[in-house]
Ligand binder design. Structure first.
Ligand code: ZN
Length: 82
Protein backbone atom coordinates (compact mmCIF):
# COMPACT_ATOMS: atom_id res chain seq x y z
CA UNK A 1 0.00 0.00 0.00
CA UNK A 2 1.32 3.42 -0.94
CA UNK A 3 2.01 5.66 2.03
CA UNK A 4 0.09 8.84 1.34
CA UNK A 5 0.66 10.35 4.76
CA UNK A 6 2.29 13.72 5.09
CA UNK A 7 5.50 14.03 7.18
CA UNK A 8 3.42 15.61 9.98
CA UNK A 9 0.95 12.71 9.93
CA UNK A 10 3.85 10.26 10.06
CA UNK A 11 5.18 12.05 13.13
CA UNK A 12 1.77 11.97 14.83
CA UNK A 13 1.36 8.29 13.99
CA UNK A 14 4.82 7.47 15.30
CA UNK A 15 4.25 9.44 18.49
CA UNK A 16 0.90 7.78 19.17
CA UNK A 17 1.95 4.30 18.04
CA UNK A 18 -0.68 4.30 15.32
CA UNK A 19 -0.52 1.44 12.82
CA UNK A 20 -1.52 2.46 9.25
CA UNK A 21 -4.73 0.76 8.14
CA UNK A 22 -6.33 0.87 11.57
CA UNK A 23 -8.31 3.76 13.06
CA UNK A 24 -5.96 6.16 14.86
CA UNK A 25 -6.08 6.66 18.62
CA UNK A 26 -6.06 10.46 18.40
CA UNK A 27 -9.31 12.39 17.85
CA UNK A 28 -10.01 12.05 14.16
CA UNK A 29 -12.56 12.06 11.42
CA UNK A 30 -12.62 9.98 8.26
CA UNK A 31 -12.03 12.13 5.23
CA UNK A 32 -13.60 10.66 2.10
CA UNK A 33 -13.30 11.83 -1.48
CA UNK A 34 -16.74 11.39 -3.12
CA UNK A 35 -15.14 11.17 -6.56
CA UNK A 36 -12.50 8.46 -6.15
CA UNK A 37 -13.72 7.07 -2.78
CA UNK A 38 -10.28 7.48 -1.21
CA UNK A 39 -10.42 7.35 2.60
CA UNK A 40 -8.00 8.71 5.10
CA UNK A 41 -8.00 9.60 8.78
CA UNK A 42 -7.36 13.21 9.63
CA UNK A 43 -7.13 14.97 13.00
CA UNK A 44 -10.45 16.35 14.14
CA UNK A 45 -10.78 20.05 13.48
CA UNK A 46 -12.34 22.48 15.95
CA UNK A 47 -14.53 23.79 13.14
CA UNK A 48 -16.06 20.35 12.50
CA UNK A 49 -19.70 20.26 13.70
CA UNK A 50 -20.43 18.27 16.88
CA UNK A 51 -20.76 14.56 16.21
CA UNK A 52 -18.83 14.64 12.95
CA UNK A 53 -17.66 11.16 12.06
CA UNK A 54 -16.97 11.48 8.35
CA UNK A 55 -16.20 14.43 6.12
CA UNK A 56 -16.74 14.27 2.38
CA UNK A 57 -14.37 16.52 0.45
CA UNK A 58 -12.55 16.16 -2.85
CA UNK A 59 -8.97 14.96 -2.50
CA UNK A 60 -6.20 17.08 -4.08
CA UNK A 61 -6.25 14.84 -7.16
CA UNK A 62 -9.99 15.34 -7.72
CA UNK A 63 -10.42 18.89 -6.45
CA UNK A 64 -12.01 21.15 -9.00
CA UNK A 65 -12.85 24.83 -8.85
CA UNK A 66 -15.70 24.14 -6.47
CA UNK A 67 -14.88 22.44 -3.20
CA UNK A 68 -17.95 21.11 -1.45
CA UNK A 69 -17.48 19.84 2.09
CA UNK A 70 -20.19 17.73 3.71
CA UNK A 71 -20.29 16.36 7.24
CA UNK A 72 -21.79 13.05 8.38
CA UNK A 73 -22.33 11.45 11.78
CA UNK A 74 -21.55 7.83 12.70
CA UNK A 75 -24.97 6.76 11.36
CA UNK A 76 -24.17 8.22 7.95
CA UNK A 77 -26.67 11.04 8.46
CA UNK A 78 -25.64 14.37 7.04
CA UNK A 79 -24.92 17.13 9.55
CA UNK A 80 -25.84 20.60 8.35
CA UNK A 81 -23.48 23.10 10.01
CA UNK A 82 -25.41 25.92 11.70
ZN1 ZN B 1 -10.35 11.86 -5.18
Amino acid sequence: MKDTRSPIERLIDKATGYVPGTPPSWPHVTLRCPKCDKHRFVPRDDSDPNGTFRVDANCPGCAGDYQEIRYFDSQGKEIIPQ
